[in-house]
Ligand binder design. Structure first.
Ligand code: ADP
Length: 257
């Protein structure tokens, strides 16, 4: 069952693709306001975890809770049945996501990219949505780019718009999937700085998947090392990077650092 203090909770989650078991009764929880990074070799199930939270995939077993609410199932006639689309839409509103490819609307200016979903999905009055968008674009250092089109921005700037756009929905949880991996180191550092500011100025819960160990070190207060769909180690970054306990973690860190 979900504990009220958990913002994200996986209970015995199973996910298969055909005959491949990607997650095998995975348990883990993230408390409100925690910044958690998932690291581990390619194919270890990290992206699948984010996709399950975004309801882009369905579980084959177990349950997922977000903010105390069950994401995967609803109770009907005293029985738990898989969640329907209406339930998924409601829970999905609590979750923001930023992808490796920024996925901005190319035909809309920056400000409109950020106001579009709050106006059309949340039903916010346009002026209120604009005001909030301006504040967020200032937070990500783009107050002077409100009228630009995405193609007129650098990759780092586009990614910062994508972060503002996700935050504009006021989600409880922000999911970040390899958001710096398409960027040059300098632009990646810009995005990292912005996320640090976001983390400082809000109590949003963050779950990040990254291959950038600096990102994991700087932004998170917990790092989960995955291998073959299991958590091998779960520690604050300084402990995990300085004295990894498991040979699997040491081998992985040697390959990426
Ligand atoms: P990671 O993010 O750690 O690289 P993924 O979650 O992307 O790992 O993938 C975990 C495993 O699931 C891999 O073996 C991958 O090939 C498999 N997988 C992921 N998505 C699909 C899919 N849509 N169809 C089939 N197999 C998939």
């Amino acid at each position: 069952m979900s504990e009220p203090e958990d913002m994200i909770r996986f209970d015995r989650v199973v996910k298969r693709f055909g005959d491949t078991v990607v997650l095998d009764e995975l348990d883990f929880a993230v408390q409100p306001g925690q910044r958690v990074t998932l690291i581990g070799p390619s194919g270890s199930g990290k992206t699948t975890i984010l996709r399950l939270l975004m309801t882009l995939e369905r579980v084959d077993g177990g349950t997922i809770h977000v903010g105390g609410e069950c994401l995967t199932h609803v109770r009907r006639g005293g029985r738990l049945v898989p969640a329907d689309e209406k339930h998924l839409r409601a829970v999905r509103k609590r979750i923001g996501m930023v992808f490796q490819q920024f996925n901005l609307f190319p035909n809309m200016r920056v400000l409109r990219n950020v106001t579009e979903a709050p106006v059309h999905v949340l039903g916010l009055p346009v002026e209120e949505a604009r005001q909030r968008a301006r504040e967020l674009l200032e937070l990500v250092g783009l107050a002077d780019k409100l009228d630009a089109y995405p193609a007129q921005l650098s990759g780092g700037q586009q990614q910062r718009v994508a972060i503002a756009r996700a935050l504009a929905m006021r989600p409880d949880v922000l999911l970040l999937d390899e958001i710096t991996s398409a960027l040059d180191p300098e632009l990646a550092a810009e995005v990292l700085d912005v996320l640090r500011d976001v983390a400082r100025s809000s109590d949003i819960t963050m779950l990040c998947v990254t291959h950038a160990m600096k990102f994991a070190r700087d932004v998170s207060d917990r790092v989960l090392m995955f291998d073959q769909g299991r958590i091998v180690e779960d520690k604050p970054p300084e402990e995990l990077f300085e004295c990894p306990e498991h040979e699997r973690t040491r081998r992985f860190l040697r390959s990426v650092l």
